[in-house]
Design a protein around this ligand. Structure first.
Ligand SMILES: NC(=O)c1ccc[n+]([C@@H]2O[C@H](COP(=O)([O-])OP(=O)(O)OC[C@H]3O[C@@H](n4cnc5c(N)ncnc54)[C@H](OP(=O)(O)O)[C@@H]3O)[C@@H](O)[C@H]2O)c1
Length: 299
């Protein structure tokens, strides 16, 4: 019997945008401590975020107070090779899920983050050239070395997930999550079987871009305007000033129990997101948001 012993916090801190916040090391440390005070202990990175800078900036902050490491579950991702200035040999963005690249990526993430292990490693994007046997064996070797404790995937279709899991099952490894985009603005994962698959495996998906990267507040598309109208109306009914807690409450209502990744660097906005825990939407409110997203009623 495989044991899923990895406990994520209910919300996850996302650090994709960390380099763009231009915070000092002390401000970055304060942000991490704010998250921990709010019960958010799981922190999401990727090797490529901020052209490799985000993990470095995070590691620098953590080095001011290394004792925090034991309170944090660190996630990173690998498998994308973009055409960075610092990698002049690359002339096309591509994927690489070979053993050699995964090993190199993990070693580099550990160095940048200043830690001896990742709690969870995800394959960032499905790779049409992925050899599932090779990835499974690589995961096993990483686990045996103690460099990575748990494994998952991101943006995988249900078939891609099943393929990799089928190779991992004999090795007694369970994929812990599929990290996918989930928001009222993009409901693809609600309709393509991804979330049902998570329920079937009794794992929680991780939800990225819950606020559609800010578009839900700013876009002038007909869909965004419909959504803001309905979200504001529901927020008023719940005596909430901001629409973001309603968006998170809508995601929290999904039975696969997604773990929303918060993308803001603003402490008040982070608190707003977490305040959604106390908001329960009834089915008519939930489907009003679904209707505003699709532009039509359920059949
Ligand atoms: N696996 C993947 O392929 C993948 C892809 C994308 C992201 N991710 C993960 O998911 C995390 C979250 O993604 P995300 O950053 O796109 O999340 P998000 O929450 O959808 O977007 C965050 C953006 O929205 C802005 N925002 C928040 N509240 C706002 C408000 N009230 N008004 C206007 N703008 C507002 C934030 O600005 P402020 O900072 O100014 O608040 C920030 O720029 C990332 O950090 C990363 O860890 C994973």
């Amino acid at each position: 019997m495989m044991k899923n012993q990895f406990e994520m916090s209910d919300f996850i801190a996302g650090f994709w945008r960390l380099a763009s916040w231009h915070y000092s090391p002390q401000q970055r440390l304060s942000l991490i401590e704010h998250y921990l005070d709010l019960g958010v202990t799981t922190m999401d990175h990727a090797d490529i975020y901020g052209q490799l800078q985000c993990e470095i900036l995070f590691g620098e902050a953590l080095s001011i107070k290394p004792s925090l490491r034991t309170k944090i579950q660190l996630i990173s991702k690998c498998g994308i090779k973009p055409t960075f200035e610092s990698a002049p040999e690359r002339y096309v963005n591509h994927y690489d899920t070979s053993e050699q690249h995964i090993f190199t990526s993990v070693d580099n993430s550990l160095t940048r983050l200043g830690t001896d292990h990742l709690d969870l490693l995800l394959i960032h994007r499905p790779d049409p050239l992925m050899n599932a046997d090779e990835v499974a064996l690589t995961f096993k070797k990483l686990q045996q070395s103690g460099k990575v404790l748990h494994f998952g995937v991101s943006n995988f279709s249900t078939g891609q997930f099943e393929l990799l899991q089928s190779r991992l099952t004999p090795m007694n490894i369970q994929l812990i999550t599929n990290q996918v985009e989930i928001s009222p603005y993009n409901m693809t994962s609600l309709h393509d079987g991804t979330l049902e698959q998570c329920q079937q495996h009794r794992i929680s998906p991780m939800a990225w871009s819950c606020l559609s990267g800010g578009e839900i507040f700013t876009s002038q598309s007909a869909q965004a305007i419909r959504l803001r109208t309905v979200l504001n109306h529901i927020a008023n009914n719940h005596c909430v000033k901001d629409i973001s807690p309603i968006v998170y409450a809508w995601i929290n209502a999904l039975p696969s129990q997604p773990k929303p990744i918060i993308g803001s660097g603003n402490v008040q906005r982070i608190k707003n997101a977490i305040s959604s825990k106390s908001i329960s939407l009834d089915k008519q409110e939930w489907f009003s948001i679904w209707e505003a997203s699709t532009g039509h009623s359920v059949p």
